[in-house]
Design a protein. Sequence first.
Lengths: 115, 112
Amino acid sequence: DTGVSQNPRHKITKRGQNVTFRCDPISEHNRLYWYRQTLGQGPEFLTYFQNEAQLEKSRLLSDRFSAERPKGSFSTLEIQRTEQGDSAMYLCASSASGTDLYEQYFGPGTRLTVT
Amino acid sequence: KQEVTQIPAALSVPEGENLVLNCSFTDSAIYNLQWFRQDPGKGLTSLLLIQSSQREQTSGRLNASLDKSSGRSTLYIAASQPGDSATYLCALRNYNTDKLIFGTGTRLQVFP
């Protein structure tokens, strides 16, 4: 399977715990994006990387959230001291620069439930 | 600030109907626009991407058009099938940013 993969697919955690999600992009893609989607809404942008550089962050990304892409391949998104409002689907996408398209391809998402 | 609106929010049609989903946006300085399909609890599948210089794109029974001057895109689905039942999202990318801005989607149900 050469698509975007995300792990875990589901995560249930108690309020106050830390969680970490992983995203593996399509292998030749150097851009990687994180979005968050709550029920009944469209995805909202969180942050994106070109290679290992984090180029843009949304104001939605509070100081409890941190994203890394240390070697320009996979990325992790960590949420510290989770709150019930963090319950959402976390989506990862990747795209290839150097083309005119920048078409983004999405993974299956990680559904987070904070109890 | 770019805002994206999709109308209708939900649509239920009998199998075989041709249908149009609408997406409108407030800032016409877009780089490209993508239409996605999302099945319940799943990720997004890219359907069509239209560059700002293009007027339409076609893939099978799907046709997407773009009119920047009026701030509109439409997704036309021909001969709808029950398997087309899903949420359809439009998303656009402005110049000088890489992020996609999404609408809230149209939830489509096609019944036999």
